[in-house]
Design a protein around this ligand. Structure first.
Ligand SMILES: [Zn+2]
Length: 197
């Protein structure tokens, strides 16, 4: 039985609490939509999900059921329950207005950085200088030359990931507002968030 459900409108964000043992499902409703995901320990918000540490521990940039996702202090914060896509991004920073200025010459663009900051405000977490997000459904291809290419997500309508909290968490999710590149398939669409238990 689903305990709570939200639909994040295109280009917007959401913050919520996830208690230890609760499972959250994040669904790409229409397909090819990135969901930037961050999480902080509720009892110590200096401890946050860290994709770099998670890569280090997993020795992988892919996740599978049973994998743990780690914090900046190498403690497990979440475990992977399900993943219907298997291709996510561990390395890109969340988009921010300065990125749209630099790369696309666009002013005052909506951004994941802003969405995540707004979502965390209810938990009295001040805006950090940067977020270290796990970017679900983002399809980053690393070429042998060292170049990276952001391709259209592999996620189809209804694809999802499910994560279980290993401790009480504050979580924020942004439905990435970038329509300028293939990253969201050139169109921004909603993300569903459901707490399953
Ligand atoms: Zn974004």
């Amino acid at each position: 039985m689903i305990k709570q459900k939200w639909r994040i409108p295109p280009t917007q964000g959401l913050g919520f609490k996830l208690g230890k043992g609760q499972v959250v499902r994040i669904t790409d409703v229409e397909g090819e939509q990135i969901a930037d995901f961050i999480a902080f320990r509720a009892d110590d918000t200096s401890v946050r999900l860290d994709p770099g540490v998670t890569m280090d521990v997993l020795r992988a940039m892919k996740i599978k059921p049973g994998d743990l996702l780690y914090s900046n202090t190498y403690s497990p914060l979440l475990s992977v329950v399900a993943d219907t896509v298997g291709q996510h991004d561990f390395i890109n920073s969340p988009c921010r207005s300065e990125m749209y200025e630099l790369l696309y010459d666009k002013q005052s663009h909506a951004s994941c950085y802003y969405n995540l900051n707004q979502a965390l405000a209810q938990f009295s977490i001040p805006a950090p200088d940067q977020h270290y997000s796990l970017n679900f459904f983002m399809n980053t291809v690393i070429l042998p030359s060292g170049q990276i290419r952001i391709e259209r997500p592999l996620s189809k309508p209804g694809d999802y990931v499910e994560l279980r909290a290993e401790t009480d968490l504050f979580v924020a999710v942004s439905a990435c507002p970038c329509s300028e590149s293939a990253c969201n398939g050139y169109v921004c669409t909603p993300i569903d968030v459901e707490i399953m238990n």
